[in-house]
Design a protein around this ligand. Structure first.
Ligand code: 9WN
Length: 429
């Protein structure tokens, strides 16, 4: 790409800041008006990372509003519903009825969770403006909530007792229709009691969203979890998966909590110990023959041997034993050397890869941002820099799309997507 095609830092900053302002509701940022009208958990983490450069107080409030919807058991919910603005999303509050569940907060939320990037985000937000952060007691207030959130993962989601947290629904992974979940999902009934509605298809093309059968299974699983009071005691829950992306983000966030503890004059050792335990347990997901981390299907006690971007995310961990192999895989024919501009969500050589279909081939900006951080962690500066430039260029050129075709850069999904703007902004600063 020619240098003159690249947007300058000021162009990125003003376009991204304007979009984030537009998507700000007064206490949080929606992922995108229309398709995603509420507050999403890991979106808020990524959005805060970008917001810190242009509106540090709003970045703090982004995380505070999510943490205000914490459940008594410590979970941070996948979605906090904003009923005043829009109810055009399913399943919404009428499905979850969270206020009828013991321990749920005042504000209506989903019962599920999303990947724990929040402590990492909180640390970055603090460091962007420590004076403001201290004046607002941002870390003092956030720390116990983040400790409780990670405590929930350790106490309620470590189904095997091996040190990893499991997701009980594809939505919890944030990578909804990733090929990692195919087999486990195929065993889930597609007969929910709740009538499946698809408002999402009014905002994005059907060919770019999960299919009808998948949605029926998503609803069935959500219904099952809800009908067990979201209490994580359902021993026959049919979908229990250990995701390398979710757990790597947990470990990084645990390391961030250690830094936060130090900043607050508390003991960082328990956080470092837990991060080390997660990192050690992650090694059980490594697939040497593929040079990548897979997922574990806890119900079937089997590893899912598929090469997806989720399996590259452990690169963010310092001292990762297989970092060199992961970098080779990332540079290799399934990912960047398939001629890709950005790292795709799924091995481009897979017969069922589809470069326009959501988490089954397209490149996502959050994953590429995480990989830039991972490459920098492992001293792969030039590759990190070229990936960062592509993130910025494709984000700005196409009006902050949700995801892009990794080969052509063609935009897909919704536009004006908040984390695309926030993370391009972060890389441009
Ligand atoms: C379900 C909001 C969310 C992201 C997820 C992405 C998509 C929701 C959906 O949008 O999922 O949570 O309705 O498809 O997969 O990562 O957090 O942006």
């Amino acid at each position: 790409m020619d240098d003159d095609e690249r947007p300058g830092a000021e162009e990125v900053r003003s376009a991204a800041a304007a979009l984030l302002e537009e998507n700000w509701t007064g206490d949080h940022t929606v992922p995108a008006t229309g398709l995603y009208p509420h507050q999403w958990s890991w979106d808020s983490g990524f959005i805060a990372v970008g917001l810190r450069h242009v509106a540090p107080e709003r970045a703090q409030r982004e995380l505070e509003s999510l943490m205000a919807a914490q459940w008594a058991d410590g979970r941070l919910p996948q979605i906090v519903f904003d009923l005043d603005r829009d109810d055009d999303y399913a399943p919404g509050d009428s499905f979850w009825r969270s206020r009828t569940i013991a321990g749920a907060p005042e504000r209506p939320t989903a019962g599920l969770i999303q990947p724990p990037n929040h402590a990492w985000a909180a640390l970055l937000v603090h460091r962007a403006d420590p004076v403001l952060s201290r004046a607002r007691r941002f870390l003092e207030e956030a720390y116990p909530r983040l400790v409780a959130w990670h405590g929930y993962l350790a106490a309620r989601r470590d189904h095997r007792g091996a040190g990893l947290a499991a997701v009980v629904h594809p939505w919890e992974s944030g990578t909804d229709n990733s090929p990692l979940w195919d087999e486990a999902l195929a065993a889930v009934p597609d007969t929910p009691t709740w009538q499946v509605t698809r408002p999402d298809l009014g905002h994005a093309a059907a060919a770019e969203r999960p299919g009808r059968k998948e949605y029926a299974r998503y609803f069935w699983l959500a219904e099952r979890y809800r009908d067990h009071g979201c209490d994580d005691t359902d021993e026959d829950h049919p979908f229990v998966m250990e995701d390398p992306c979710f757990n790597a983000l947990w470990a990084v966030s645990e390391l961030a909590l250690a830094e936060i503890a130090t900043e607050l004059g508390r003991d960082d050792a328990p956080h470092r110990a837990r991060a080390a335990r997660i990192a050690a347990a992650l090694e059980g997901l490594y697939l040497p023959e593929l040079g990548i981390y897979g997922a574990r299907d806890v119900v079937r006690d089997a590893l899912v041997r598929k090469t997806t971007v989720n399996g590259l995310v452990p690169l963010v961990l310092p001292g990762l034993p297989h970092a060199a192999e992961l970098v080779d895989t990332l540079r290799g024919p399934g990912f960047l050397c398939g001629g890709a501009l950005l790292v795709p969500s799924y091995d481009l050589r897979a017969p069922d890869a589809d470069t326009a279909l959501y988490w089954r081939g397209p490149a996502w900006f959050n994953m590429n941002w995480v990989l830039v951080a991972g490459l920098r962690e492992h001293l792969e500066g030039p590759l990190a820099d070229s990936l960062a430039r592509q993130v910025i260029t494709l984000a700005v050129r196409h009006g902050f799309p949700e995801y892009v075709d990794p080969i052509t850069g063609e935009p897909h999904g919704t536009r004006d997507f908040s984390w695309t703007a926030a993370l391009a902004l972060d890389l441009a600063m």
